[in-house]
Design a protein. Structure first.
Length: 360
């Protein structure tokens, strides 16, 4: 309790939450409380842990909120449900993504959230947040298929998008690793992907390397892309699949001033859990290992939270200390006291201040 009170005025940052996707593709109403969502859905796995009110209750001052295409029909097959979450063409992907941006804009008009497009927006929001606790959202595209052509980038920028990850699975821009595999996927960026990164850099976008093959990551880093982060990934040395980051990539991201958001899915924290879900996965043991390992390569200035809560997993698939997103403050207990505020908040805030445009 004492720790919770001491963090009361700290705006916690979560660098990866699939908010709009859960509403527009899966019908989960995030304007309800987490308790109400669970009562409506009556699920026994992947129970909800995120809602707008829970973000407020948990002092989540800033979140990177995703904009996605949904799921490519060729990747998920004919039996995937709901069918409305599937896209077949770039134009369908674009429509899904714009529907999600429209939802965020609607929430902003209702006074539920604020969309942050610049350093000015961020700093003004943090002043207001001390009184109203409304979360500020930085929009992040996860998987580049909604970008029908590189020439469309400026339109996405005008709609508030500030961060782009080129892949989830494979896209026209590169080879994606999706949830990862122990046999590492080969390939990297396509010619269109290289072109997209160059134009992203010119416009001022941030590049999220999550879900891209290591070959593709190095291709992009060799282009000297200026603002790079990993919104949600863990240490490959501890979870040996291509979904996570190698020691060299972790060092390279830190060397560019980037931050790595650690993900809270139990299967990413402790690989043995996937084979035996009865194993107790905890922040205290398993997240601590990843945090200390990443910090040993990059320093604590480059470690943050990228929880991905409700990103295909939920209550039953999260560490035992996590009842909802309001428990993210507990991550502070697994890092040294002197870096607690940095990991929970200021590392990501400093990254945004150095990466976003000064004004909209």
């Amino acid at each position: 309790m004492k720790e919770r009170v001491s963090l009361n005025n700290l705006p916690i940052v979560d660098s990866h939450l699939d908010l709009a996707e859960n509403m527009t593709l899966f019908g989960r109403d995030l304007t309800l409380s987490v308790t109400e969502i669970r009562m409506v859905e009556k699920r026994t796995t992947r129970q909800a842990t995120v809602s707008l009110s829970e973000l407020e209750r948990g002092n989540i001052g800033v979140a990177f909120a995703t904009v996605t295409a949904g799921f490519l029909a060729a990747d998920v097959g004919a039996n995937f449900e709901p069918r409305s979450a599937i896209y077949h063409t770039p134009e369908e992907a674009e429509a899904q993504a714009f529907t999600q941006i429209t939802l965020y804009e609607h929430w902003e008009k209702q006074g539920r959230i604020r969309i942050l497009k610049s350093v000015y927006d961020l700093d003004h929001h943090l002043q207001l947040w001390q009184d109203d606790r409304k979360p500020g959202l930085v929009l992040l595209m996860e998987g580049g298929d909604p970008i029908v052509s590189v020439g469309d980038l400026s339109r996405w920028w005008q709609h508030g998008l500030r961060i782009i990850g080129l892949t989830f699975g494979d896209t026209r821009y590169g080879i994606g690793v999706a949830g990862g595999r122990p046999t590492f996927k080969q390939g990297g960026l396509t010619a269109e992907g290289v072109d997209l990164l160059r134009h992203m850099a010119e416009l001022g976008f941030i590049w999220d390397i999550s879900h891209l093959t290591e070959e593709g990551i190095w291709q992009g880093l060799d282009l000297k892309f200026p603002h790079v982060c990993a919104s949600h990934a863990n240490a490959q040395a501890l979870t040996p699949t291509d979904r996570h980051l190698s020691d060299d990539v972790i060092r390279a991201i830190a060397g560019r001033g980037g931050v790595m958001g650690l993900t809270l899915y139990s299967g990413f924290l402790a690989p043995c859990w996937k084979h035996d879900p009865s194993i107790s996965v905890t922040l205290d043991e398993h997240l601590r290992r990843h945090a200390i390992y990443v910090a040993s390569l990059s320093s604590w200035n480059h470690v943050g939270i990228g929880s991905d809560l409700d990103g295909g997993f939920g209550l039953e698939e999260s560490p035992s200390e996590i009842e909802s997103v309001a428990d993210l403050y507990k991550v502070g207990a697994v890092v040294p006291t002197e870096v607690r505020e940095a990991v929970l908040s200021t590392n990501w805030l400093n990254f945004l201040r150095s990466s976003l445009p000064q004004t909209s």
